[in-house]
Design a protein around this ligand. Structure first.
Ligand code: HEC
Length: 127
């Protein structure tokens, strides 16, 4: 079996990721550094470098978490609508990575593998 590494992730010393932008992806295993960079490039302008909010709302904290019962809903919203005006412009894997990044910054454990099924079971709310 041949694994097709995503060159830019590999160049950053990341783990293997398959080229396919399958929904059932291994987001949590993707290179967090590359994801931080991706977030900085495409999201931070509106949501703040530390997700603290800027022109758009914060992607952190209790008020944010309460509005997202589970990570799958968050993925679907972000993939369809973000970056604002260019929803769907990134690969599915990149959206999964960004959602994993948001979860981590909210101290929510990212399941591995981060599949749609597992995301549906991952709550952002504190019990
Ligand atoms: C051009 C500005 C802009 C960019 C770039 C942008 N967003 Fe947004 N985002 C918004 C606005 C406006 C809203 C809706 C109103 C609000 O939350 O301020 C929003 C809402 C959201 C929400 C829901 C917020 C909540 O309170 O529940 C998430 C999650 C989100 N964006 C993630 C992202 C991610 C991830 C990226 C990068 C791929 C991104 N956004 C890029 C402007 C932007």
């Amino acid at each position: 079996m041949r694994i097709r590494p995503a060159g830019w992730l590999m160049a950053l010393g990341g783990l293997f990721v398959t080229g396919a932008a399958a929904a059932a992806a291994l987001s949590a295993g993707a290179d967090p550094e590359a994801t931080v960079r991706l977030y900085a490039n495409v999201c931070s302008g509106c949501h703040g470098a530390g997700l603290e909010g800027a022109s758009a709302s914060a992607l952190l904290g209790p008020a944010f978490r309460i509005s997202w019962p589970h990570a799958l809903g968050l993925f679907e919203f972000v993939a369809a609508n973000m970056p604002l005006g260019a929803g769907g412009s990134l690969r599915a894997q990149q959206y999964w990575d960004l959602v994993a990044h948001i979860l981590r910054r909210n101290d929510v454990r990212v399941p591995e593998p981060f599949t749609a099924e597992r995301a549906a079971e991952t709550t952002l709310r504190r019990s």
